[in-house]
Design a protein around this ligand. Structure first.
Ligand code: B16
Ligand code: MG
Length: 214
């Protein structure tokens, strides 16, 4: 009955959260703020502009529109520098075997990421050929937990939302999948992903045919 798997990128297929963290930390120093790892957790799956707004809130800093525009560009330039050496070794453990299994089982595969840099990351890690469709931050106007990114994925594949399974590491992403009438498999901890239909810690040793039974 299920025909497509829709994957979030950061935190599911690759771990770019460390690079986002470094780039936001570097930026925070400009207004004297030290971002913590706990706060970085809350930025997972959140768009670039919303992430900046959250950090400014935590720092209690009222920025002008001009400052914000400059900082968004600076953060992204820093991030692009940090990911410039990414390579296939940064694909998270078990992911390639899982993709092989679902391809063999006949599932369509799409990306549903908030990142505007998703295509660069997929290319650098060699993941691009696995995808029938890529929906990223450049193709949506509403951020997760709005289901737009996943609904566009289903529509682009020509598959009903009810026949799609989403893989997400962020609470906002799981909410987006559920709001889109899809099954959600959380990758990570049950404390944050409790709304998911199933939760796995990672893809190591996962048998797709069993996991995708609902
Ligand atoms: P960018 P995902 C998200 O990707 C990241 O988790 C989040 O930390 C980041 O702020 C967002 O992409 C936007 O990324 O600045 O590259 O456009 O988890 O939805 O794949
Ligand atoms: Mg993510």
């Amino acid at each position: 009955m299920y025909k497509a798997c829709l994957f979030d990128l950061d935190g599911v297929l690759v771990d770019t959260a460390i690079y986002h963290f470094q780039a936001w930390k570097n930026l925070g120093k400009q207004f004297g703020y030290e971002l913590t790892e706990e706060q970085n957790e809350q930025l997972k799956g959140v768009s670039r502009v919303e992430s900046l707004n959250k950090i400014l809130d935590w720092a209690n800093y009222t920025a002008t529109q001009e400052e914000k525009s400059v900082w968004l560009i600076e953060k992204n330039e820093d991030y692009l520098r940090l990911i410039s050496n990414m390579n296939p070794s940064e694909i998270l453990p078990g992911v390639l075997s899982f993709l092989e299994q679902i391809k063999a089982l006949g599932y369509k595969i799409a990306l549903g990421s908030a990142s505007k840099n998703a295509e660069i990351i997929l290319d650098k890690t060699g993941l691009t050929p696995w995808f029938d469709l890529i929906i990223d931050g450049n193709k949506v106007s509403k951020s997760k937990p709005d289901p737009e990114v996943f609904l566009k994925g289903a529509e682009g594949l020509g598959i009903a939302p009810e026949e799609c399974i989403v893989f997400e590491d962020a609470q906002a992403g799981v909410e987006a999948a559920k709001a889109g009438n899809m099954k959600a498999i959380g990758i990570g901890e049950s404390e944050t992903l409790f709304l998911a239909d199933k939760i796995i810690p990672n893809f190591i040793g996962v048998k797709a045919a069993e996991l995708l039974q609902f």
